[in-house]
Ligand binder design. Structure first.
Ligand SMILES: [Zn+2]
Ligand SMILES: [Zn+2]
Length: 319
């Protein structure tokens, strides 16, 4: 039986999906010459929340199109995970942040700084809800001593001029170059309203990223027909145990239930949107090893019959 590369990739991804039989494709020299995909998405950090621990890193992703990295969310650990994913930090050209909760933005400045210290010499554009421009200014203020010294001492360009942050004020088009078109969609994440999902249209297909959000059926319309929906999730039975483990978290459970999407409701969104693949991420709780991949996916599968992937750090998704 002869299989083309696309079929082999599908088999490979199906093998990675929960509940599927693993298939190890053998790529012959002829197949290896098939045209390379131009777009891929790497989940860098898949644990929801700002607590740092071993295991899953905090929220971060990178979309790579024709070797240009578009970083999506900048939780603690994003810089190291980019390096581990073999993304050269000075290559980062675009950054998108969903909202200003710390688990999505705490390492934004340090990630750009990491690129600058490794040779960044082109502009970086960052997009996020209102507050990003002020946050960027405050970041450079906090590190002014070092930056000023290195500009004169090491002959580096001024990073404050290279990094351009833009506040997104409402749903709609955000960025469009000749390869990628990005659209934002406001979605509730109580008590936060300045919060966006993003749709990335690439030469190979569409990725939609919804993280964080409470259950929002309107997202299904925004994600309609996407090749991949990457959606946050919360596993309700795991929340009680987590709240007991975390200190100073009297109202944490109420916040989590009001502002996130249960594993079952994620399946509803994927089914309504008729997406070709669902990737679950931003796991809450993301540091409880007793919750298996099957437990994350089971309730979503009650509603969505397509392939479901339970994200892992450094997992790569091709279209
Ligand atoms: Zn979050
Ligand atoms: Zn959040």
């Amino acid at each position: 039986m002869t299989l083309d590369r696309r079929t082999l990739l599908k088999l490979s991804l199906a093998g990675a999906a929960v509940g599927a039989t693993a298939v190890t494709p053998v790529i012959t020299p002829a197949l290896a010459q098939a045209p390379k995909k131009r777009a891929r998405w790497i989940c860098l950090g898949t644990k929801g929340g700002p607590r740092v621990g071993l295991g899953r890193s905090n929220p971060a992703n990178v979309l790579i199109v024709d070797d240009v990295p578009y970083v999506v969310d900048c939780g603690p650990g994003v810089t190291k995970r980019l390096v581990e994913a073999k993304v050269a930090l000075p290559d980062v050209r675009y950054v998108f942040v969903t909202h200003l909760h710390s688990d999505h933005v705490l390492e934004f400045g340090n990630m750009v700084y990491g690129g600058w210290s490794a040779g960044l010499n082109h502009p970086v554009e960052a997009f996020a809800p209102v507050g990003m421009e002020a946050l960027t200014k405050a970041y450079w203020e906090s590190i002014k001593f070092d930056v000023d010294i290195r500009i004169t001492d090491e002959g580096k360009p001024d990073p404050r001029k290279l990094l351009v942050s833009r506040d997104i004020k409402d749903s709609g088009p955000v960025m469009n170059n000749d390869k990628v078109k990005v659209t934002a969609f406001r979605t509730p994440h109580p008590p936060i309203t300045e919060n966006f999902a993003y749709r990335f249209e690439t030469p190979d297909g569409v990725f939609v990223y919804a993280c964080d959000t409470s259950f929002n059926p309107a997202l299904a319309k925004f994600a309609e027909g996407a090749d991949v929906l990457i959606h946050e999730t919360i596993y309700v039975p795991g929340v009680d145990a987590m709240v007991k483990r975390v200190k100073n978290a009297a109202t944490l459970k109420e916040h989590l239930l009001a502002s996130h999407t249960t594993t079952e409701d994620v399946g509803k969104i994927a089914a309504m949107a008729k997406v070709k693949k669902l990737v679950m991420t931003h796991f809450v709780p993301g540091d409880d090893p007793s919750i298996t991949d099957e437990m994350w996916a089971a309730d979503a599968r009650k509603h969505y019959s397509g392939p479901i992937m339970v994200a892992k750090d450094l997992m790569e998704i091709e279209l």
